[in-house]
Design a protein around this ligand. Structure first.
Ligand code: ATP
Length: 234
């Protein structure tokens, strides 16, 4: 098992955001977390990457307990995070933004840069454009590209399709599949449950800080309760 989250509890002050979440991600998988607003999906990713501390429970990565390992060390270990809301550096160029993603590397990142430009030709065309002047979709590509610069073993993707036009949403999901096929494991948080379930191997359904269901993604696509709650289904 690449990543094992066991019974984690996470608080914001007195508010319990995660109330005993357990999940596993195996090497090579795309696993998606779906659920309503405020269910705790973003908090789960932030806790895995070390941006939020645990109240209790444990996180293991490649068999090692990383619950107390600092976030910047988790990056070096192979946990890449493309956070929600983009968070690029607006006054830096596209290329500088990407190279910031490689700050933790000891070797040079030419190979990763080439791979990111291959995945996102739009970024290659605009290497010298300031990040802040890129369109919403382009900034989303830049966020994912920056997370890939550390050559992560697992990529945590938070709402990569948020705010994008339908054609671009389709492209982003295709790119996630390509990233996975090239060898990166993916833990994907999405409001767009339909498309997330179509590309994922397995899924977890979250409600108010707990996991209420887990199954192969294809099964959830046909699950009447999931269809009614998250897929706008019949
Ligand atoms: P969304 O789909 O709306 O992004 P989510 O499933 O990702 O939701 P989280 O963002 O993880 O949910 O939030 C889980 C709970 O924690 C929510 O009740 C939210 O209000 C609360 N929360 C999140 N961030 C903070 C914060 N910085 N301070 C206080 N409460 C927070």
């Amino acid at each position: 098992m690449l990543l094992e989250v066991h019974d984690i509890h996470v608080h914001y002050g007195k508010i319990a955001a995660l109330k005993g979440i357990s999940l596993q991600v195996d090497e090579g998988e795309i696993v998606t977390l779906i659920g309503a607003n405020g269910a705790g999906k973003t908090t789960t990713l932030k806790t895995v990457s070390g941006l939020r501390p645990l109240t209790s429970g444990s996180i293991r990565f490649q068999g090692r307990d990383i619950s107390k390992v600092a976030g910047h060390k988790r990056v070096v270990m192979g946990i890449g995070h493309a956070p929600e809301g983009r968070g690029i550096f607006p006054g830096m160029t596209v290329q500088e933004n990407l190279l910031m993603g490689a700050y933790a590397r000891k070797d040079d990142a030419t190979k990763e840069l080439d791979e990111v430009y291959d995945l996102f030709p739009r970024l290659a065309e605009r290497k010298q454009q300031f990040g802040g002047t890129m369109s919403g979709g382009e900034q989303q590509m830049l966020t994912i590209g920056r997370a890939l610069m550390t050559n992560p073993k697992v990529l945590l993707l938070d709402e990569p399709s948020m705010g994008l036009a339908p054609l671009l949403i389709k492209q982003i999901f295709e790119i996630i599949t390509t990233i996975n096929q090239r060898g990166t494991t993916v833990l994907l948080v999405e409001q767009n449950a339909q498309q997330a379930l179509q590309i994922a191997h397995r899924a977890y359904v979250m409600e108010t800080g707990t996991i209420t269901k887990t199954a192969p993604a294809q099964d959830l696509l046909h699950d009447p309760a999931v269809r009614a709650a998250y897929l706008g289904g019949d």
